[in-house]
Design a protein around this ligand. Structure first.
Ligand code: AMP
Length: 278
């Protein structure tokens, strides 16, 4: 079957076939991480719809919206290779009316950790994801653990707003040296890239420790070793469902999350670990 490119709601309705639909929302510049989400979606649904939309709502005025990589033709090739049924690629002006009023609030959980560093970001993410859910009407949707707080907030939105959509999380795909794949990695110079490796190195070193204090200290020490070329935004050890900082007595899963600027590029990464279980 030929890949369908849908630009609006009418195209999506025409593209719809019988059977289950999985949605993989992306901002394009597709890489192996996106491919792994698509593959997981294909296993679980009859058709996969990939959305490619650089969502202006989730960027602050001082962020990289205009610089964000746009490689739509290459993205279509990736989708063809991966057996995607349809790509939804709306124009920003078709997604957002100039006089729009109503949006989704990500609540207190959207204002901590990554949300504290990027005010309004998660409101923008949830608003576009809710719109994509209504436009594509998927049975399930796949999101990467790479954006762990985003995944947690989407699960929260689905629960709080009773959305009839199953949410699947997919593991982070990394380069052999540990760097998490990201559409923004193309902006890293060779020197930046070496510095950027401190993020995944810090997470691995932290994850090898036993207590919350040791995890935080060890990861922080690795980030400090990277020197002034790594501008740390935050290092946080949090509950995977709420993103609240965990205490020393926390039992079970936790997420160790980091964000830093290397040169002009802001990178995030995280690992899931288990604390204080026998
Ligand atoms: P983006 O295009 O960066 O907005 O990401 C679209 C989806 O791909 C999100 O659910 C991300 O969490 C996921 N994603 C991005 N990078 C990776 C990666 N390295 N491994 C797995 N999933 C990823």
């Amino acid at each position: 079957m030929d890949l369908i490119v849908a630009r609006n709601r009418e195209d999506l309705v025409k593209a719809r076939r019988a059977g289950t639909v999985a949605l993989v929302p992306t901002m394009g510049a597709l890489h192996e991480g996106h491919r792994s989400l698509i593959r997981q979606a294909r296993v679980r649904a009859d058709q996969v719809v990939v959305s490619v939309f650089v969502n202006p709502l989730q960027f602050s005025p001082n962020e990289d919206f205009s610089r964000y990589p746009r490689t739509f033709d290459a993205d279509l090739d990736v989708c063809r290779e991966e057996g995607v049924a349809a790509v939804f690629h709306p124009a920003p002006e078709d997604m957002y009316a100039p006089d729009r009023q109503v949006s989704v609030s990500s609540g207190e959980m959207g204002r901590i950790v990554e949300g504290a560093a990027r005010p309004g970001h998660f409101d923008g993410v949830l608003t576009v994801v809710l719109k994509l859910f209504h436009l594509v009407r998927p049975d399930l949707a796949v999101f990467g653990q790479k954006d762990a707080q985003q995944l947690a907030l989407i699960r929260r939105m689905v629960a709080d707003l009773d959305l009839p959509i199953e949410i699947l999380g997919a593991p982070t795909v990394r380069e052999p040296d540990g760097l998490a794949l990201s559409s923004r990695n193309r902006f890293l110079s060779a020197d930046d890239r070496r510095v950027a490796l401190a993020l995944s190195r810090a997470l691995r070193a932290g994850a090898a420790q036993l207590t919350a204090a040791e995890i935080r200290e060890t990861a922080r020490a690795v980030l400090d070793e990277a020197g002034p070329d790594l501008d740390l935004d935050y290092l946080a050890l949090v509950d995977p469902a709420t993103f609240a900082e965990v205490g020393e007595n926390h039992v079970g899963m936790a997420v160790l999350a980091v964000a830093a600027r290397v040169g002009a590029t802001r990178l995030i990464d995280n690992v899931t670990l288990t604390l204080n279980t026998p």
